[in-house]
Design a binder for this molecule. Structure first.
Ligand SMILES: Nc1nc2c(ncn2[C@@H]2O[C@H](COP(=O)(O)OP(=O)(O)OP(=O)(O)O)[C@@H](O)[C@H]2O)c(=O)[nH]1
Ligand SMILES: [Mg+2]
Length: 443
Protein backbone atom coordinates (compact mmCIF):
# COMPACT_ATOMS: atom_id res chain seq x y z
CA UNK A 1 0.00 0.00 0.00
CA UNK A 2 2.59 2.57 1.03
CA UNK A 3 5.23 0.79 -1.04
CA UNK A 4 6.45 3.85 -2.86
CA UNK A 5 6.81 5.93 0.29
CA UNK A 6 8.13 3.02 2.26
CA UNK A 7 10.84 2.27 -0.29
CA UNK A 8 12.10 5.85 -0.17
CA UNK A 9 11.83 6.42 3.56
CA UNK A 10 13.07 3.05 4.74
CA UNK A 11 16.25 3.63 2.70
CA UNK A 12 16.84 6.85 4.64
CA UNK A 13 16.36 5.03 7.93
CA UNK A 14 18.47 2.06 6.95
CA UNK A 15 21.28 4.49 6.15
CA UNK A 16 21.00 6.05 9.59
CA UNK A 17 20.89 2.68 11.32
CA UNK A 18 24.13 1.80 9.58
CA UNK A 19 25.91 4.80 11.06
CA UNK A 20 27.69 4.47 14.31
CA UNK A 21 27.25 8.07 15.37
CA UNK A 22 24.32 10.35 14.87
CA UNK A 23 24.93 14.06 14.41
CA UNK A 24 22.68 17.12 14.04
CA UNK A 25 23.83 17.17 10.44
CA UNK A 26 22.75 13.65 9.53
CA UNK A 27 19.43 14.04 11.35
CA UNK A 28 18.84 17.12 9.23
CA UNK A 29 19.79 15.22 6.09
CA UNK A 30 17.40 12.43 6.99
CA UNK A 31 14.56 14.88 7.60
CA UNK A 32 15.28 16.57 4.26
CA UNK A 33 15.16 13.18 2.54
CA UNK A 34 11.80 12.40 4.21
CA UNK A 35 10.55 15.80 3.01
CA UNK A 36 11.49 15.05 -0.60
CA UNK A 37 10.04 11.52 -0.44
CA UNK A 38 6.69 12.84 0.77
CA UNK A 39 6.49 15.35 -2.06
CA UNK A 40 7.37 12.64 -4.56
CA UNK A 41 4.63 10.47 -3.06
CA UNK A 42 2.12 13.17 -4.03
CA UNK A 43 1.49 14.46 -0.51
CA UNK A 44 0.22 18.07 -0.74
CA UNK A 45 2.88 20.67 -0.05
CA UNK A 46 1.17 22.20 3.03
CA UNK A 47 0.78 18.78 4.60
CA UNK A 48 4.44 17.93 4.02
CA UNK A 49 5.39 21.24 5.61
CA UNK A 50 3.26 20.58 8.70
CA UNK A 51 4.64 17.08 9.14
CA UNK A 52 8.27 18.14 8.74
CA UNK A 53 7.75 20.92 11.28
CA UNK A 54 6.45 18.42 13.82
CA UNK A 55 9.28 16.00 13.19
CA UNK A 56 11.93 18.72 13.34
CA UNK A 57 10.54 20.15 16.59
CA UNK A 58 10.84 16.77 18.24
CA UNK A 59 14.32 15.94 17.04
CA UNK A 60 16.60 18.84 16.09
CA UNK A 61 18.02 20.64 19.11
CA UNK A 62 16.48 18.18 21.58
CA UNK A 63 18.27 15.87 23.97
CA UNK A 64 18.16 13.18 21.32
CA UNK A 65 21.90 13.09 20.70
CA UNK A 66 22.82 12.67 24.34
CA UNK A 67 20.35 9.81 24.78
CA UNK A 68 21.68 6.27 25.20
CA UNK A 69 20.78 5.02 21.75
CA UNK A 70 20.29 8.07 19.54
CA UNK A 71 19.51 6.12 16.35
CA UNK A 72 16.80 3.96 17.93
CA UNK A 73 15.49 7.05 19.68
CA UNK A 74 15.27 8.94 16.37
CA UNK A 75 13.40 6.12 14.66
CA UNK A 76 11.05 5.86 17.64
CA UNK A 77 10.29 9.58 17.50
CA UNK A 78 9.72 9.41 13.74
CA UNK A 79 7.36 6.48 14.28
CA UNK A 80 5.39 8.28 16.98
CA UNK A 81 5.14 11.50 14.98
CA UNK A 82 4.00 9.58 11.93
CA UNK A 83 1.42 7.57 13.87
CA UNK A 84 0.05 10.71 15.46
CA UNK A 85 -0.08 12.42 12.09
CA UNK A 86 -2.01 9.59 10.44
CA UNK A 87 -4.44 9.36 13.37
CA UNK A 88 -7.57 11.26 13.91
CA UNK A 89 -8.32 12.88 17.26
CA UNK A 90 -11.90 11.63 16.99
CA UNK A 91 -12.02 7.96 17.97
CA UNK A 92 -14.74 6.36 15.88
CA UNK A 93 -15.60 2.67 16.06
CA UNK A 94 -16.88 1.72 12.62
CA UNK A 95 -19.83 -0.58 11.94
CA UNK A 96 -21.15 -0.54 15.49
CA UNK A 97 -24.02 -2.97 15.95
CA UNK A 98 -24.91 -1.80 19.45
CA UNK A 99 -28.10 -0.41 17.93
CA UNK A 100 -29.61 -1.10 14.52
CA UNK A 101 -26.91 -0.17 12.03
CA UNK A 102 -27.75 1.85 8.94
CA UNK A 103 -24.73 2.60 6.77
CA UNK A 104 -25.00 4.87 3.77
CA UNK A 105 -22.19 4.71 1.25
CA UNK A 106 -21.32 7.83 -0.76
CA UNK A 107 -18.73 8.72 -3.36
CA UNK A 108 -18.05 9.72 -6.94
CA UNK A 109 -18.89 7.51 -9.90
CA UNK A 110 -16.60 4.53 -10.18
CA UNK A 111 -14.93 5.19 -6.82
CA UNK A 112 -15.79 1.67 -5.66
CA UNK A 113 -19.03 2.19 -3.69
CA UNK A 114 -20.86 -0.96 -4.78
CA UNK A 115 -17.79 -3.15 -4.29
CA UNK A 116 -17.21 -1.54 -0.89
CA UNK A 117 -20.82 -2.22 0.20
CA UNK A 118 -20.11 -5.92 -0.44
CA UNK A 119 -16.74 -5.78 1.31
CA UNK A 120 -18.13 -4.06 4.40
CA UNK A 121 -21.13 -6.41 4.61
CA UNK A 122 -18.74 -9.36 4.40
CA UNK A 123 -16.43 -7.85 7.00
CA UNK A 124 -19.35 -7.35 9.40
CA UNK A 125 -20.67 -10.86 8.85
CA UNK A 126 -17.25 -12.36 9.59
CA UNK A 127 -16.31 -10.19 12.55
CA UNK A 128 -19.52 -10.13 14.57
CA UNK A 129 -19.90 -13.04 16.93
CA UNK A 130 -23.64 -13.26 17.07
CA UNK A 131 -25.60 -14.07 13.97
CA UNK A 132 -26.09 -10.62 12.44
CA UNK A 133 -28.88 -10.22 9.90
CA UNK A 134 -27.47 -8.08 7.13
CA UNK A 135 -29.32 -6.42 4.26
CA UNK A 136 -27.90 -4.55 1.28
CA UNK A 137 -29.88 -2.34 -1.12
CA UNK A 138 -29.30 0.37 -3.66
CA UNK A 139 -30.88 3.66 -4.74
CA UNK A 140 -28.71 3.99 -7.83
CA UNK A 141 -31.22 4.34 -10.67
CA UNK A 142 -28.86 6.17 -13.03
CA UNK A 143 -26.87 3.29 -14.37
CA UNK A 144 -29.19 0.52 -15.63
CA UNK A 145 -27.08 -2.37 -14.36
CA UNK A 146 -26.07 -0.79 -11.05
CA UNK A 147 -28.67 -2.57 -8.93
CA UNK A 148 -28.06 -5.93 -10.63
CA UNK A 149 -24.36 -5.49 -9.84
CA UNK A 150 -25.19 -5.12 -6.14
CA UNK A 151 -27.43 -8.18 -6.26
CA UNK A 152 -24.51 -10.24 -7.60
CA UNK A 153 -22.16 -8.85 -4.95
CA UNK A 154 -24.71 -9.71 -2.22
CA UNK A 155 -24.93 -13.30 -3.39
CA UNK A 156 -21.12 -13.60 -3.44
CA UNK A 157 -20.96 -12.33 0.12
CA UNK A 158 -23.96 -14.32 1.32
CA UNK A 159 -26.06 -11.45 2.65
CA UNK A 160 -29.65 -10.51 1.80
CA UNK A 161 -30.49 -8.11 -0.99
CA UNK A 162 -33.65 -6.07 -1.45
CA UNK A 163 -34.82 -4.39 -4.69
CA UNK A 164 -37.06 -1.38 -4.12
CA UNK A 165 -40.21 -1.22 -6.26
CA UNK A 166 -40.12 2.53 -6.57
CA UNK A 167 -37.56 4.13 -8.87
CA UNK A 168 -37.78 7.53 -7.25
CA UNK A 169 -34.63 7.86 -5.17
CA UNK A 170 -36.15 9.20 -1.95
CA UNK A 171 -39.31 7.05 -2.08
CA UNK A 172 -37.14 4.00 -2.71
CA UNK A 173 -34.89 4.92 0.21
CA UNK A 174 -37.90 5.09 2.54
CA UNK A 175 -39.22 1.80 1.15
CA UNK A 176 -35.87 0.10 1.82
CA UNK A 177 -35.66 1.47 5.36
CA UNK A 178 -39.21 0.23 6.07
CA UNK A 179 -38.39 -3.24 4.73
CA UNK A 180 -35.23 -3.31 6.86
CA UNK A 181 -37.24 -2.50 9.98
CA UNK A 182 -40.18 -4.76 9.22
CA UNK A 183 -37.96 -7.76 8.56
CA UNK A 184 -36.00 -7.07 11.72
CA UNK A 185 -32.54 -6.82 10.18
CA UNK A 186 -29.57 -5.76 12.31
CA UNK A 187 -27.62 -3.91 9.64
CA UNK A 188 -28.39 -2.16 6.37
CA UNK A 189 -25.82 -1.05 3.79
CA UNK A 190 -27.31 1.42 1.35
CA UNK A 191 -25.52 1.96 -1.97
CA UNK A 192 -26.03 5.31 -3.71
CA UNK A 193 -25.43 6.71 -7.18
CA UNK A 194 -22.27 8.61 -7.95
CA UNK A 195 -21.59 11.28 -10.55
CA UNK A 196 -18.41 12.03 -12.42
CA UNK A 197 -17.81 15.26 -10.53
CA UNK A 198 -19.01 16.80 -7.32
CA UNK A 199 -22.15 18.64 -8.37
CA UNK A 200 -25.00 20.27 -6.50
CA UNK A 201 -27.72 17.95 -7.89
CA UNK A 202 -25.95 14.89 -6.49
CA UNK A 203 -25.28 16.53 -3.14
CA UNK A 204 -28.91 17.67 -2.83
CA UNK A 205 -30.14 14.18 -3.59
CA UNK A 206 -27.82 12.71 -0.98
CA UNK A 207 -29.10 15.18 1.60
CA UNK A 208 -32.67 14.04 0.91
CA UNK A 209 -31.67 10.39 1.28
CA UNK A 210 -29.95 11.19 4.58
CA UNK A 211 -33.11 12.89 5.84
CA UNK A 212 -35.21 9.91 4.76
CA UNK A 213 -33.15 7.01 6.14
CA UNK A 214 -31.25 8.72 8.98
CA UNK A 215 -28.10 6.61 8.66
CA UNK A 216 -26.02 6.22 11.79
CA UNK A 217 -22.84 5.92 9.74
CA UNK A 218 -22.15 7.80 6.53
CA UNK A 219 -19.18 6.36 4.72
CA UNK A 220 -17.26 8.11 1.99
CA UNK A 221 -15.51 5.93 -0.59
CA UNK A 222 -12.52 7.60 -2.22
CA UNK A 223 -10.50 6.30 -5.11
CA UNK A 224 -6.84 6.35 -4.06
CA UNK A 225 -5.83 6.47 -7.71
CA UNK A 226 -7.15 10.01 -8.02
CA UNK A 227 -4.42 11.23 -5.63
CA UNK A 228 -4.67 14.75 -4.23
CA UNK A 229 -7.91 15.35 -6.12
CA UNK A 230 -9.63 12.91 -3.76
CA UNK A 231 -8.93 15.25 -0.84
CA UNK A 232 -10.86 18.06 -2.55
CA UNK A 233 -13.69 15.60 -3.22
CA UNK A 234 -13.75 14.59 0.45
CA UNK A 235 -13.90 18.23 1.52
CA UNK A 236 -16.84 18.93 -0.79
CA UNK A 237 -18.79 15.89 0.45
CA UNK A 238 -18.03 16.81 4.03
CA UNK A 239 -19.26 20.37 3.70
CA UNK A 240 -22.45 19.46 1.87
CA UNK A 241 -23.56 16.10 3.29
CA UNK A 242 -21.06 15.25 6.01
CA UNK A 243 -19.56 11.80 6.56
CA UNK A 244 -18.25 9.84 9.55
CA UNK A 245 -15.36 7.88 8.14
CA UNK A 246 -13.78 6.95 4.85
CA UNK A 247 -12.72 3.92 2.87
CA UNK A 248 -9.82 4.44 0.50
CA UNK A 249 -10.34 2.08 -2.40
CA UNK A 250 -7.83 0.83 -4.98
CA UNK A 251 -4.87 1.07 -2.64
CA UNK A 252 -3.48 -1.93 -4.53
CA UNK A 253 -2.93 0.29 -7.53
CA UNK A 254 0.45 1.93 -7.88
CA UNK A 255 -0.99 5.16 -6.54
CA UNK A 256 1.51 6.99 -4.40
CA UNK A 257 -0.70 7.07 -1.32
CA UNK A 258 -0.34 10.82 -0.80
CA UNK A 259 -4.06 11.08 -0.09
CA UNK A 260 -3.92 8.42 2.64
CA UNK A 261 -1.05 10.25 4.25
CA UNK A 262 -2.79 13.63 4.22
CA UNK A 263 -6.34 12.50 4.97
CA UNK A 264 -6.58 12.66 8.78
CA UNK A 265 -4.65 15.92 8.91
CA UNK A 266 -6.78 17.65 6.28
CA UNK A 267 -10.23 16.24 7.03
CA UNK A 268 -10.04 15.48 10.77
CA UNK A 269 -11.88 12.25 10.01
CA UNK A 270 -10.49 8.74 10.07
CA UNK A 271 -9.85 6.33 7.23
CA UNK A 272 -11.20 3.06 8.66
CA UNK A 273 -10.65 0.63 5.81
CA UNK A 274 -8.68 0.35 2.62
CA UNK A 275 -9.65 -1.57 -0.49
CA UNK A 276 -6.76 -3.62 -1.84
CA UNK A 277 -8.30 -5.42 -4.80
CA UNK A 278 -11.47 -6.07 -6.74
CA UNK A 279 -12.56 -9.14 -4.78
CA UNK A 280 -14.98 -8.81 -1.86
CA UNK A 281 -12.36 -10.25 0.48
CA UNK A 282 -9.83 -7.60 -0.45
CA UNK A 283 -10.50 -5.14 2.35
CA UNK A 284 -8.25 -4.29 5.28
CA UNK A 285 -8.65 -2.19 8.41
CA UNK A 286 -6.55 0.93 8.33
CA UNK A 287 -4.46 1.34 11.47
CA UNK A 288 -2.29 4.49 11.69
CA UNK A 289 0.31 2.73 13.79
CA UNK A 290 0.65 -0.13 11.36
CA UNK A 291 0.73 2.27 8.42
CA UNK A 292 3.61 4.02 10.19
CA UNK A 293 5.33 0.62 10.60
CA UNK A 294 4.99 0.04 6.90
CA UNK A 295 6.17 3.46 5.83
CA UNK A 296 9.25 3.04 7.98
CA UNK A 297 9.79 -0.44 6.54
CA UNK A 298 8.88 -2.43 9.65
CA UNK A 299 6.55 -4.81 7.86
CA UNK A 300 3.06 -5.53 9.02
CA UNK A 301 2.80 -8.79 10.85
CA UNK A 302 -0.21 -7.65 12.82
CA UNK A 303 -2.37 -7.40 9.69
CA UNK A 304 -1.26 -10.85 8.63
CA UNK A 305 -2.14 -12.36 12.02
CA UNK A 306 -5.52 -10.70 11.90
CA UNK A 307 -6.20 -12.27 8.51
CA UNK A 308 -5.29 -15.66 9.88
CA UNK A 309 -7.46 -15.10 12.98
CA UNK A 310 -10.44 -14.25 10.83
CA UNK A 311 -10.06 -17.49 8.89
CA UNK A 312 -9.63 -19.49 12.04
CA UNK A 313 -13.17 -18.52 13.01
CA UNK A 314 -14.36 -20.71 10.18
CA UNK A 315 -12.09 -23.59 11.01
CA UNK A 316 -13.74 -24.99 14.12
CA UNK A 317 -11.58 -25.11 17.22
CA UNK A 318 -12.18 -28.82 17.61
CA UNK A 319 -10.87 -29.53 14.11
CA UNK A 320 -7.81 -27.43 14.75
CA UNK A 321 -7.06 -29.17 18.01
CA UNK A 322 -7.47 -32.61 16.50
CA UNK A 323 -5.21 -31.65 13.63
CA UNK A 324 -2.62 -30.29 15.99
CA UNK A 325 -2.67 -33.45 18.09
CA UNK A 326 -2.21 -35.61 15.01
CA UNK A 327 0.70 -33.42 13.96
CA UNK A 328 2.31 -33.77 17.41
CA UNK A 329 2.08 -37.51 17.16
CA UNK A 330 3.55 -37.52 13.67
CA UNK A 331 0.22 -38.85 12.41
CA UNK A 332 -0.76 -36.00 10.15
CA UNK A 333 -2.75 -37.13 7.13
CA UNK A 334 -2.80 -35.68 3.63
CA UNK A 335 -6.32 -34.53 4.52
CA UNK A 336 -4.77 -32.29 7.23
CA UNK A 337 -2.17 -31.17 4.74
CA UNK A 338 -4.94 -30.24 2.30
CA UNK A 339 -6.88 -28.18 4.86
CA UNK A 340 -3.73 -26.36 5.91
CA UNK A 341 -2.99 -25.56 2.30
CA UNK A 342 -6.54 -24.43 1.72
CA UNK A 343 -6.22 -22.08 4.66
CA UNK A 344 -2.97 -20.69 3.28
CA UNK A 345 -4.49 -20.07 -0.11
CA UNK A 346 -7.38 -18.25 1.55
CA UNK A 347 -5.02 -15.92 3.33
CA UNK A 348 -3.53 -14.83 0.04
CA UNK A 349 -0.93 -15.60 -2.53
CA UNK A 350 2.68 -16.02 -1.45
CA UNK A 351 3.50 -12.72 -3.10
CA UNK A 352 0.79 -10.97 -1.08
CA UNK A 353 1.91 -12.63 2.14
CA UNK A 354 5.49 -11.57 1.65
CA UNK A 355 4.74 -7.90 1.96
CA UNK A 356 3.58 -8.38 5.53
CA UNK A 357 6.70 -10.07 6.74
CA UNK A 358 9.49 -7.78 7.91
CA UNK A 359 12.77 -8.42 6.17
CA UNK A 360 11.08 -10.49 3.50
CA UNK A 361 10.22 -7.74 1.11
CA UNK A 362 9.46 -9.07 -2.32
CA UNK A 363 12.52 -7.36 -3.77
CA UNK A 364 14.88 -9.79 -2.07
CA UNK A 365 13.28 -12.82 -3.69
CA UNK A 366 13.07 -12.84 -7.45
CA UNK A 367 9.71 -12.63 -9.17
CA UNK A 368 10.66 -15.90 -10.88
CA UNK A 369 11.13 -17.69 -7.54
CA UNK A 370 7.81 -16.34 -6.32
CA UNK A 371 5.98 -17.40 -9.45
CA UNK A 372 7.53 -20.89 -9.19
CA UNK A 373 6.41 -21.13 -5.57
CA UNK A 374 2.85 -20.15 -6.45
CA UNK A 375 2.74 -22.64 -9.31
CA UNK A 376 4.01 -25.40 -7.03
CA UNK A 377 1.29 -24.64 -4.48
CA UNK A 378 -1.37 -24.76 -7.19
CA UNK A 379 -0.11 -28.14 -8.44
CA UNK A 380 -0.17 -29.52 -4.89
CA UNK A 381 -3.71 -28.29 -4.41
CA UNK A 382 -4.82 -29.82 -7.69
CA UNK A 383 -3.27 -33.17 -6.73
CA UNK A 384 -4.87 -33.13 -3.29
CA UNK A 385 -8.29 -32.34 -4.67
CA UNK A 386 -8.24 -35.15 -7.19
CA UNK A 387 -7.49 -37.76 -4.50
CA UNK A 388 -10.24 -39.65 -2.74
CA UNK A 389 -10.73 -39.06 0.97
CA UNK A 390 -9.40 -42.52 1.69
CA UNK A 391 -6.20 -41.76 -0.22
CA UNK A 392 -5.74 -38.56 1.72
CA UNK A 393 -6.23 -40.37 5.02
CA UNK A 394 -3.91 -43.27 4.10
CA UNK A 395 -1.38 -42.07 1.52
CA UNK A 396 0.41 -45.43 1.82
CA UNK A 397 -2.21 -46.99 -0.48
CA UNK A 398 -1.11 -44.78 -3.36
CA UNK A 399 0.35 -47.14 -5.96
CA UNK A 400 1.51 -46.25 -9.47
CA UNK A 401 -1.89 -46.64 -11.11
CA UNK A 402 -3.61 -44.47 -8.47
CA UNK A 403 -0.89 -41.84 -8.89
CA UNK A 404 -1.43 -41.88 -12.66
CA UNK A 405 -5.17 -41.36 -12.18
CA UNK A 406 -4.60 -38.47 -9.76
CA UNK A 407 -2.09 -36.83 -12.11
CA UNK A 408 -4.37 -37.01 -15.12
CA UNK A 409 -7.37 -35.82 -13.04
CA UNK A 410 -5.38 -32.82 -11.81
CA UNK A 411 -3.74 -32.07 -15.16
CA UNK A 412 -0.24 -32.53 -13.71
CA UNK A 413 2.53 -35.14 -14.03
CA UNK A 414 3.15 -38.21 -11.87
CA UNK A 415 6.43 -36.53 -10.87
CA UNK A 416 4.38 -33.67 -9.38
CA UNK A 417 2.33 -36.15 -7.34
CA UNK A 418 5.54 -37.80 -6.12
CA UNK A 419 6.95 -34.43 -5.19
CA UNK A 420 3.87 -33.68 -3.11
CA UNK A 421 4.19 -37.01 -1.32
CA UNK A 422 7.85 -36.37 -0.68
CA UNK A 423 7.15 -32.91 0.79
CA UNK A 424 4.45 -34.40 2.93
CA UNK A 425 6.81 -37.13 4.13
CA UNK A 426 9.45 -34.50 4.95
CA UNK A 427 6.98 -32.54 7.04
CA UNK A 428 6.01 -35.73 8.88
CA UNK A 429 9.67 -36.44 9.62
CA UNK A 430 10.15 -32.89 10.79
CA UNK A 431 7.20 -33.13 13.18
CA UNK A 432 8.56 -36.42 14.55
CA UNK A 433 12.00 -34.91 15.03
CA UNK A 434 10.56 -31.90 16.86
CA UNK A 435 8.62 -34.20 19.09
CA UNK A 436 11.66 -36.35 19.85
CA UNK A 437 13.58 -33.28 20.87
CA UNK A 438 10.74 -32.32 23.18
CA UNK A 439 10.05 -29.11 21.26
CA UNK A 440 6.32 -29.61 21.49
CA UNK A 441 6.33 -30.13 25.23
CA UNK A 442 4.65 -27.42 27.19
CA UNK A 443 2.05 -26.75 24.45
N1 LIG B 1 -8.07 -2.78 -7.92
C1 LIG B 1 -9.16 -2.43 -7.25
N2 LIG B 1 -10.29 -2.22 -7.93
C2 LIG B 1 -11.39 -1.87 -7.23
C3 LIG B 1 -11.37 -1.70 -5.82
N3 LIG B 1 -12.62 -1.33 -5.44
C4 LIG B 1 -13.36 -1.27 -6.56
N4 LIG B 1 -12.63 -1.59 -7.66
C5 LIG B 1 -13.04 -1.64 -9.07
O1 LIG B 1 -13.44 -0.34 -9.47
C6 LIG B 1 -14.48 -0.40 -10.41
C7 LIG B 1 -15.67 0.43 -9.93
O2 LIG B 1 -16.20 -0.17 -8.74
P1 LIG B 1 -17.72 -0.04 -8.31
O3 LIG B 1 -17.84 -0.69 -6.99
O4 LIG B 1 -18.63 -0.46 -9.38
O5 LIG B 1 -17.78 1.53 -8.13
P2 LIG B 1 -19.05 2.45 -7.88
O6 LIG B 1 -18.57 3.61 -7.08
O7 LIG B 1 -20.16 1.65 -7.32
O8 LIG B 1 -19.40 2.92 -9.36
P3 LIG B 1 -20.78 3.60 -9.88
O9 LIG B 1 -21.89 2.77 -9.33
O10 LIG B 1 -20.67 3.56 -11.36
O11 LIG B 1 -20.77 4.99 -9.34
C8 LIG B 1 -14.82 -1.87 -10.56
O12 LIG B 1 -14.18 -2.35 -11.70
C9 LIG B 1 -14.25 -2.50 -9.31
O13 LIG B 1 -13.91 -3.84 -9.50
C10 LIG B 1 -10.13 -1.92 -5.12
O14 LIG B 1 -9.99 -1.78 -3.90
N5 LIG B 1 -9.07 -2.29 -5.89
MG1 LIG C 1 -22.14 1.41 -7.94
Amino acid sequence: MFDFLSEKISTVFTRITGQRKLTEQNIKEAIDAVHDSLLEADVPFDVVKAFIEQLTAKTVGTKLLSSVKPTEQFIKIAHETLTHFLSCSQEVVPLSTKNKLVVMVLGLQGSGKTTTVGKLARYLSITTKKRTKILVASVDFYRPAAIDQLEIVASQVGVDFYRAQSTDVVTAAVEIKNYFERQNYDALFLDTAGRLHVESAMLDELKHIVAAVKPNEKVLVLDAMTGQESLAVAKAFNEAVGFDWAVLSKMDSDSRAGAAFAFAFMLSKPIQFIGVGEKVSELERFHPERAADRILGMGDLKTLFEKIDRLEIKDSEKDQEARFNRMMQGKMTLEDFASQMHMMSNIGSITQLMQYIPGLSAQKISQQQLADGERGMKRFQAALSSMTRKERMQPAILNESRKKRIASGAGISVADVNQLLQKFEESQQFAKLMRKRGLFSGW
